[in-house]
Design a protein around this ligand. Structure first.
Ligand code: SF4
Length: 187
């Protein structure tokens, strides 16, 4: 019983720290249960149809990722998840890297916050896949930024769109007056 209350307190404290850190970059954090996260092979199929330009090119994109069944099983390892939401004004395609970088940097910071508070499982994901290098290093070479690079939820088969909709995030296609970029922190 004591452990239950201690964990609850720890998670409450973590949430307030994550919210504070995210707010510094104008992002929001929403608590999610890992059980609310849907993982499906169909999500990954969408990396292929229509084919994303990073498919098979980036080491953190399909088919260079573990099978979806493995990701589904891996999710049960995590106790809590946080949806990270960045709202951004419409930008030209060639400028999309700017909000994507804000999202990546923030998710990496949130991961650090969680890790420093004893949540050693902390793992962050960001939409859009890794674009830190102009072209990803060949597979037989090491990643150039292994501590910064993060895969996208969709590449892993995680239906982050469904999750965001469940949490009331107003996603729309085509996008309206704002763009929404999503990340996920698992702890
Ligand atoms: S940091 Fe560079 S080498 Fe590493 S996954 Fe990203 S694009 Fe590829």
């Amino acid at each position: 019983m004591f452990n239950y209350w201690r964990n609850k307190k720890k998670k409450r404290l973590l949430l307030s720290l994550l919210e504070k850190k995210a707010a510094e970059a104008n992002l929001a954090v929403i608590v999610v249960s890992p059980k609310e996260i849907t993982v499906h092979e169909g999500v990954r199929l969408k990396c292929l149809v229509p084919q994303c330009e990073y498919y098979g090119v980036c080491r953190l994109c399909p088919p260079n990722l573990p099978p979806v069944s493995e990701i589904r099983a891996a999710l049960s390892y995590f106790q809590q998840a946080y949806l990270v939401v960045l709202r951004y004004p419409p930008v030209a395609r060639e400028e999309v890297w700017k909000p994507e970088k804000i999202l990546l940097d923030t998710v990496n910071e949130l991961e650090k916050v969680a890790w420093s508070k004893g949540f050693y499982r902390a793992a962050g994901l960001v939409v859009g896949g890794c674009k830190l290098c102009e072209r990803c290093a060949p597979l037989h070479e090491p990643c150039r930024h292994p501590y910064r690079a993060r895969p996208s939820p969709a590449g892993l088969g995680i239906d982050i769109t469904m999750l965001a909709k469940r949490k009331g995030i107003p996603l729309s296609w085509p996008p309206g007056d704002e763009l929404i970029f999503l990340g996920l922190l698992l702890v």
